[in-house]
Design a protein. Sequence first.
Length: 480
Amino acid sequence: MNQETQYEVVIGLEVHLQLSTNTKIFCGCANEFGQPPNTRTCPVCLGLPGSLPVVNARALEFAVKVGLALNCTVNPFVKFDRKNYFYPDCPKAYQISQFDHPIAEHGYLNISLEDEIKKIGITRIHMEEDAGKLIHDNDPNYTSVDLNRAGTPLIEIVSEPDIRTPKEAATYMRALRDILQYLDICDGNLEQGSLRCDANVSVRPRGREKFGTRTELKNMNSFRNVEKAIEFEIYRQIELIEEGGEVVQQTRLWDTTKNQTRVMRSKEEAHDYRYFPEPDLPPVIVTAELLADIKEELPELADVRQKRFMEEYAMSENDAVTLTESRYLADYFEEVVSFTNSPKSASNMVLSEVLRVLNEQSIDIREFSVTPERLSVLIKLKEEDKINSSAMQEVFNAMLGSEKSAEELAKEMNLIQVSDSGFLEPIVDEIVAENPDEVKRYKEGKKQLMGFFVGQVMKASKGKANPKLVTEMVSKKLQS
Ligand code: ADP
Ligand code: MG
Ligand code: ZN
């Protein structure tokens, strides 16, 4: 029997994100990476007795922004809790996190699947501090601790178990990344590590209401790996059940070299964090006024920008969606528009040629070698009829591997259109003289033959003639 139809998969994701505030979440230390070990520390983030934490207002604002962008209710009463555990990367032996009064709850994120828009529920968003880093290969006898990272502001975004396939999970991650790009609250590459995801996965016989027992997958460092790890885990669980076994609640690690998951700890070994309210931090009251201020500061998000593109640039919904999914792609497009004043040509170029190259090279628009300014020179050449569309494509391809301007390249490649009727006149005469039959039929009313004549002239001019001008000239000639 087909296992895929017999079982239904249930997935919920927990995503961690580092916020790019200037300072750490509960102290004034710089929130920066790549510095000498333990140089960005103070009594608070070293966990020294007697030190007192203070909530970073900017981190709070960033977390609220994420809450708003994910359609959550931002809680007016926000409280911090201690999550107790002992580990050398955590000098206080507890992490300050949020338990029962997180910053935001009950939201959703729309993801675009092939034939539908699916709403994935967001259970909650909470703030917490990152731990330090243990370095094991520094010394053969000791493990070293670097606490520069301790106290880095994090938010955790927990989804409802609404996700049904590995593909949907990856799409959710990408959609989340797209929104976070718009909010501009996180540095670094969201795809490679700054969006850390744990996936909860279970299967149940199709039609059964009760969820199956879940496992939690960790250590997936790219969207592709999230998809692969979940896929592996689904088949592992189904196979286990089919063999008469039972899924046990476990935390499993994704092994990127073996492409499989393995046990990290089981439920019995799970931590009891003994959460309790952080006595050193008063609860934060998010007033309606503060909330309104933060709302005011929200940038134009993808859905609003998409509607504006449709109106302002007379764009189809599909084109507007594609252009606005990534903030950086939309920025690129609007920059091209600002230089060319020609949204139609700009969107054509970005949607067809630019996206094709990004795809082929597997790069982001921010890594694309042709700046909006350089692209706009090419677009202007075409708008001014100095090159035709096939030449435009050739010059574009040449620009990818060259620093030269579109104009220089077009000249070098001999692609500047001839709009000189003195040069074209003899060619037109020749083509007309060589094709008496077609001329006769044209004059008898077969006007479609215009395409034939223009094509012949274009060919004779080696593609350099300006087709508009040629059409005018041929039509005049045939009327006489
Ligand atoms: P914990 O704090 O122990 O990780 P939560 O109840 O907060 O547990 O759930 C964490 C994540 O697990 C959520 O994203 C939720 O949607 C998901 N989840 C809960 N139950 C299941 C299940 N049976 N199968 C798959 N995912 C689940
Ligand atoms: Mg969990
Ligand atoms: Zn500090």
